[in-house]
Ligand binder design. Structure first.
Ligand code: NAG
Ligand code: NAG
Ligand code: NAG
Ligand code: NAG
Ligand code: NAG
Ligand code: NAG
Ligand code: NAG
Ligand code: NAG
Ligand code: NAG
Ligand code: NAG
Length: 537
């Protein structure tokens, strides 16, 4: 069922007709990848609960008269936060702090010791690259019960009851309607991933020379995932990309094994009892939304601004920006509000998918096992941990001879993969009381829209570096590898490939406790009392 449509019967009539061509969900698996009459079908159903937004009209709606350059973006990223002069703040304090709904930007300030980008050392030649990529900017997925949609519902209800009275900075609400869609990739997102395809073409295209078959790229069936893989491929391979690659589409249907959407098979990951991210986020929202609620309530009658609604308003700043191009919600909040919101999203991801979740490692290890096989060019042979073995045992669907791999997935999965790989570099225990401004983990830096985690394998022939080395990058910034990945820390962040590989082979699956963490029962197979520290039970 389309949640948004259920809530906004009148308002959404337009949205429904816009998405009327949506195919019905299939009730069988007879035509999915690996069973269809075509080897690589892309139309396999399971595309999600989609709704299209109203179309933008930014030329009219964007009233910002700024002399600052608009850059190459179509959307408005130049709005300054409330009180920006007093706080010495800039538009970056809004748009870089929107958590996983931030538009793509490189993680240049996440690992200051590696300065964002570093060239490959001399006398090292690149041998192989593994890219794990998030989809680009999309419509919200939170439906009507939280976030942007909840605030939309509150305004709709109040105006239907003729109780809404907004003034001052909130005056716009008197004429405002919720007009976002659900789940589908937006144009900003298409641009992000097309640009990424172009970027990665220049970075790595030579690695695909001499490949004896079409490169297999993998994504999932959800509309935004399929669209992302396609736009990325257009950027990398050109307009006829579809004829140059095999696009493998793994279905996102509950119960299916899918290493790019592991929650579909790892049962406990969908159990609300362990959704510590949601729990901590709710606690933290009660704290930081008080100030803005007090500040804004005096301009609003007919709606009582509670924690959920303030969160929804900041959420609207993020999503209206990417869906409609600009948002009147952005200048309502201060630099501090946006920093607190960013931390809210950090709590959600660390607690639902990262080191603070008991299935954090388990949800990421499926991809890690596959990556290790590709790294060593070893045919897949388990350990079964979320992979669809029917596909992975078959080299048509799981080739290990490519020098470039690109898999498309979700922010939560990238977070879990980093957890499974024991990247304590971004792993922290986050309290719901107060953000540490010097923390190492920020969802807006690790998994903004179109985020990419990249592993580069290289062969080095210098006095200092001999043999195979590995480098890891998050959004172009080099992640300095260290003892938590079995590496001897180096200034350039590189690691001897063998050390990393052996460490992960020995530990990643073992420490995920896959079967117990995913399918075990609390009190019998394990005891979990609250947020964990090590991403497992
Ligand atoms: C798979 O099934 C869905 C839903 O029935 C249908 O829309 C789609 O065209 C089918 N795809 C293939 C490749 O047969
Ligand atoms: C692997 O998949 C291909 C394409 O669907 C199929 O033709 C082949 O029979 C499969 N191989 C095995 C060993 O199942
Ligand atoms: C827009 O900004 C410019 C430069 O600050 C100023 O000269 C101009 O009067 C402004 N226009 C409007 C309509 O506010
Ligand atoms: C304002 O911020 C900029 C950079 O964000 C910094 O260089 C400058 O020192 C700050 N000024 C004050 C008065 O804090
Ligand atoms: C809006 O009204 C509907 C129908 O009365 C109700 O179910 C829903 O909870 C209300 N939502 C908000 C956010 O007030
Ligand atoms: C909001 O929706 C109402 C009812 O459909 C419509 O009359 C109004 O023009 C809309 N307002 C805007 C700003 O789109
Ligand atoms: C594995 O993939 C095959 C082929 O796509 C599919 O028919 C099957 O349902 C999948 N099994 C699971 C458990 O995901
Ligand atoms: C890695 O590949 C080599 C060469 O094919 C093989 O001998 C070795 O067993 C592989 N390692 C693992 C852990 O599979
Ligand atoms: C799916 O995953 C389950 C649980 O890990 C496993 O028992 C089963 O063999 C897998 N099925 C396929 C087709 O990969
Ligand atoms: C797990 O079980 C223990 C008691 O055995 C209980 O105290 C705890 O609250 C349970 N945890 C969850 C998440 O349900």
């Amino acid at each position: 069922m389309n949640l948004i449509v259920a809530l906004f019967p009148l308002l959404c009539a337009a949205l429904v007709s816009a998405s009327a061509s949506k195919p019905a969900l299939p009730s069988n698996y007879n035509n999915v990848t690996g069973t269809s009459s075509q080897a690589f079908p892309t139309d396999v159903g399971f595309e999600g609960n989609l709704a299209y937004s109203k179309p933008p009209l930014m030329a009219q709606t964007d009233k910002l008269n700024s002399t600052k350059s608009r850059g190459c973006f179509g959307v408005e990223l130049r709005v300054e936060p409330l009180n920006y002069q007093k706080d010495n703040a800039t538009s970056d304090d809004i748009y870089r702090n929107l958590g996983s709904a931030s538009v793509y930007h490189s993680a240049d300030d996440l690992f200051p010791e590696t300065k964002g980008y570093a060239p490959l050392p001399d006398q090292c030649s690149l041998k192989q690259v593994h890219i794990l990529h998030r989809h680009g900017a999309r419509n919200p997925t939170s439906g009507d019960t939280s976030g942007a949609g909840l605030f939309g519902a509150a305004v709709w209800n109040a105006s239907q009851a003729r109780k809404l009275q907004a003034s001052g900075p909130l005056e716009f609400l008197n004429h405002w309607n919720y007009s976002l869609g659900a789940e589908v990739l937006v144009h900003q997102g298409a641009q992000e991933v097309f640009d990424s395809g172009v970027h990665h073409y220049y970075q790595y295209a030579k690695l695909l020379e001499h490949l004896k078959h079409k490169p297999v790229l993998r994504t999932t069936s959800q509309s935004r995932m399929l669209d992302t893989a396609r736009y990325w491929s257009l950027g990398f391979f050109g307009w006829d990309a579809a004829s140059k690659i095999h696009l493998e589409v793994l279905t996102e249907q509950s119960g299916q094994n899918n290493s790019l959407s592991p929650d579909k098979s790892c049962t406990n990951s969908d159990n609300d009892d362990y959704a510590y991210g949601d729990l901590l986020s709710a606690e933290w929202e009660k704290v930081y939304t008080k100030k803005p609620a007090k500040r804004l309530q005096k301009y609003l009658k007919g709606i009582e601004l509670n924690a959920d609604l303030i969160y929804g308003m900041i959420n609207l700043c993020a999503f209206e920006t990417v869906v409609l191009g600009n948002s009147d919600f952005c200048p309502l909040f201060t630099k501090e509000d946006f920093e607190n919101y960013e931390y809210d999203i950090d709590l959600q991801f660390m607690g639902n998918s990262g080191f603070m979740n008991p299935t954090g490692r388990a949800q990421g290890v499926g991809w890690v096992v596959e990556m290790l096989d590709r790294m060593n060019m070893t045919k897949y042979d388990g350990p079964i941990s979320g992979q669809n073995t029917t596909l992975d045992y078959n080299s048509t669907y799981f080739p290990v001879d490519q020098k470039l791999y690109a898999d498309f997935t979700h922010d939560s999965v990238i977070t879990s993969v980093l957890t499974a790989l024991n990247f304590k570099q971004i792993g922290e225990y986050l309290p719901a009381t107060k953000p540490n401004p010097n923390r190492r983990y920020r969802a807006s830096r690790v998994t903004p829209f179109a985020a990419r985690f990249v592993l580069e394998v290289m062969d080095c022939r210098s006095d200092e570096l001999k043999g195979h080395y590995l480098r890891a990058k998050i959004n172009e910034a080099v992640v300095p590898l260290d003892k938590d990945q079995g590496c001897n820390p180096r200034r350039d962040g590189l690691c001897k490939l063998e050390n990393f590989y052996q460490y992960q082979l020995k530990n990643a699956y073992k420490h995920s406790n896959y079967n117990k963490a995913c399918f075990g029962k609390n009190g019998t197979d394990f005891s979990v009392y609250g947020p964990v520290r090590d991403g497992t039970i």
